[in-house]
Design a protein around this ligand. Structure first.
Ligand code: SF4
Length: 679
């Protein structure tokens, strides 16, 4: 049989959005490599995608037909049914819910499984808007805090391209487990290091990239604000601030610095748990580095002070006047694309005053039935809430309700799907047309199917097109083809497309989102702050209006807990959150890492089975004793499936769904207190 090579794009929830070359034999994926189509990803991809895609697409968990549940929720007992029977049943049962409770008793429960415009949310949102279903605020789960902090400070603009890291004299990688979750940034940083530049990593965990750093500040989780304030104060004392740039471009300098001066390096060192000399060294390096690149990751947003930490950190280049001319902050990449989301998703179809529900609250609303009207029908797609939501046990109780009709749309039989009444097989990103922006770089890509949909699976767009037809939605927007949806996803008249419609851009090379002057988009060169004042807003009325008066400026408050250990949950090199968690490479639970002093105090040794618990749940893990975590901190990778755990609980079971970050009502995964003992 002949082997065929096809261009493709990685759709997983990862900032790198790699271009791929896929080898296909007889409609089966046999090999996936990186391609040169996107210069930033440059032919290199992560091991998990290089090794696991045949199993992901053709493995034994792949869903091949629509299924109807025949056992209790969670039992995993299903029977095969036809697409017609599945769509008829959905129409009947969702119709019953609407007749009894109203349309807002129906809700999509989705997140960011695939990252293409079409599979992400296109026809699906048209369907739910037209249905009048409750709307979902999704960004609280991840990314929303960082994006609010960024847009509150700089506006909805891109920072600098990540490629800038390659030419920086100093790269500061902050709360970014980049080796696992931002691979191509690491390649740029390494190339810069080979040319003699410095690398500083700020992370509670000694990650791989931290091992390669010239300086690693292993601060206590959640103290990023204090570190950034202290650096600002030290830079001011050293006379390193660019007062000319600040006077022209920064709003809220005095108020910000008044907070920062409260944290001299000695005080911050104690609160952050790092040597004072490290703070002073970093301040000195920040002052002298030119160009300087700051690359904040998702790690620092996942706590009560997440928004403040990011705002304080991204203020530093502004205080130094180091934006443009090779310097910048590698954030806001998603703003480089001319998205036309309203045209794609049609919020105008939704009835006025439709309620919006925070994703993090869904577990409570289901388990406690505390809404009027209550949630009685769910469509769960691109998402694995049982594994990834905080307060896993409550979410599981909620999804186990027999009086909530749940439709699942997925590639594989996950533990969440096992709680659904009907499961519809979705096509993977290797089987569909889609258009791909990125949240980590400025290259737009398009992908076409490299194989036919496996089994009876269908693209998400077609599933919701058929659902719309079943519900009698006959507006022309429900007949839109995938090509038309792509043309609705971004502005076809954007000059950077060169007159080519989005649905026709080449699949063999990525299109760079350049500025009007034809050069890469760079803040303070061809992009300027898009805040209400037109300045960099260290003090933000916009954030205060959206998230409460306390959000006017970054803030920080000590928190006391009876539980002595802080649990953090970094990304895994085997999964993308919970995606790929059902494959053999993820069959074992990730270990719990603990500092030797904490292990000795509890009489624990490497290899021991330990119980990790708090008031929300308990997880059994094997212990790795290591000084890669600081005293008082324990770490275990996120995204493992429940099947890896003897208690049927994973670390999400220990995370509070009530605690919220200071922006975006974000989840606080890295603000979790636990105790650990022998199992
Ligand atoms: S998961 Fe990330 S690094 Fe891996 S191939 Fe996909 S986009 Fe690239």
């Amino acid at each position: 049989m002949t082997l065929e090579e096809h261009p493709s794009v990685c759709a997983f929830d990862c900032p790198d959005t790699c271009s791929l070359s896929v080898t296909v034999e007889n409609e089966r994926i046999v090999r996936v490599r990186g391609s040169m189509a996107a210069p930033f990803t440059d032919g290199v991809i992560c091991n998990k995608v290089a090794q696991d895609m045949a199993g992901f697409v053709h493995g034994e968990r792949r869903l091949l037909h629509p299924l109807r549940r025949t056992g209790p929720k969670g039992s995993g007992r299903f029977e095969r049914i036809s697409w017609d029977a599945a769509l008829d049943e959905i129409h009947q049962r969702v119709g019953d819910v609407i007749r009894r409770w109203g349309a807002q008793a129906v809700m999509p429960l989705n997140y960011a499984g695939p990252h293409g415009f079409l599979a992400g949310d296109s026809m699906s949102m048209r369907f739910f808007h037209r249905l009048g279903a409750s709307q979902l605020y999704r960004r609280s789960l991840c990314g929303g805090v960082r994006s609010e902090a960024w847009s509150g400070t700089y506006g909805a603009v891109p920072g600098c391209p990540p490629e800038f890291a390659e030419h920086a004299k100093l790269n500061v990688v902050w709360g970014n487990n980049a080796t696992v979750a931002n691979l191509h940034l690491v390649r740029c940083v390494r190339r810069a290091k080979r040319k003699g530049s410095r690398l500083v990593v700020v992370d509670p965990l000694r990650t791989k990239i931290a091992e390669q750093a010239d300086l690693h500040l292993a601060l206590r989780p959640g103290t990023d604000t204090l570190l950034a304030w202290s650096l600002a104060a030290a830079l001011e004392r050293a006379g390193a601030l660019d007062h000319g740039f600040i006077a022209a471009n920064v709003l809220g300098f005095d108020e910000f610095m008044a907070l920062a001066r409260e944290w001299p390096s000695s005080r911050a060192a104690e609160a952050c748990g790092v040597p004072e000399q490290q703070i002073l060294t970093l301040a000195g390096w920040l002052a002298e580095a030119d160009p300087l690149v700051l690359a904040p990751g998702n790690g620092l947003e996942r706590g009560r002070h997440g928004g403040s930490g990011i705002r304080a950190a991204i203020a530093l280049p502004a205080l130094l006047g180091k934006l443009g001319k090779g310097s910048g902050i590698a954030l806001g990449a998603g703003n480089s694309f001319p998205k036309t989301t309203a045209r794609l998703q049609r919020p105008d179809l939704a009835p006025e005053f439709t309620r919006t529900i925070n994703l993090i609250d869904v577990g409570r609303h289901l388990a406690q039935d505390d809404l009027a009207p209550p949630l009685r029908a769910l469509f769960i797609y691109n998402h694995n809430p049982i594994v990834v939501h905080p307060d896993q046990n409550r979410m599981r109780r909620g999804l186990a309700r027999e009086d909530v009709f749940a439709v699942g749309i997925e590639l594989a039989m996950t533990e969440t799907m096992a709680h659904c009444d009907l499961v519809l097989p979705a096509a993977s990103h290797f089987e569909i047309d889609d258009l791909y922006p990125s949240y980590g770089h400025h290259w737009l890509q398009r992908g076409e199917p490299v194989i036919k949909p496996v089994g009876e699976s269908l693209p998400n767009t077609e599933i919701f097109r058929r659902l719309a037809a079943r519900f009698g939605f006959d507006e022309p927007c429900f007949a839109a083809t995938d090509a038309e949806l792509m043309d609705d996803a971004i502005d076809p008249d954007d000059p950077r497309l060169g007159g080519v419609r989005p649905s026709r851009i080449p699949i063999t090379n990525a299109t760079e989102m350049r500025g009007r002057d034809g050069r890469p988009m760079v803040l303070f060169e061809n992009v300027f702050p898009a805040t209400p004042s037109g300045r960099i807003e260290l003090k933000s009325e916009t954030l205060a209006k959206k998230w409460g008066e306390a959000a006017l400026l970054p803030s920080w408050h000590e928190r006391h807990s009876p539980r002595p250990l802080m649990l953090i949950s970094p990304a895994s090199d085997k999964r993308i959150s919970s995606t790929l968690g059902g494959l053999p490479a993820s069959a074992a639970a990730p270990p719990l890492r603990m500092h030797p002093s904490d292990a000795t105090a509890r009489g624990l040794a490497s290899g021991a089975r330990v119980r990790v618990w708090n008031e929300l749940g308990e997880v059994i893990l094997s212990l790795t004793v290591t000084d890669a975590v600081a005293p008082g901190v324990v770490a275990s990778e996120k995204g493992a499936w429940l099947s890896t755990s003897p208690t049927g609980q994973t670390i999400s079971a220990l995370v509070s769904a009530e605690m919220r970050a200071d922006l975006a009502e974000g989840a606080c995964f890295n603000d979790t207190r636990v105790e650990v003992g022998p199992a």
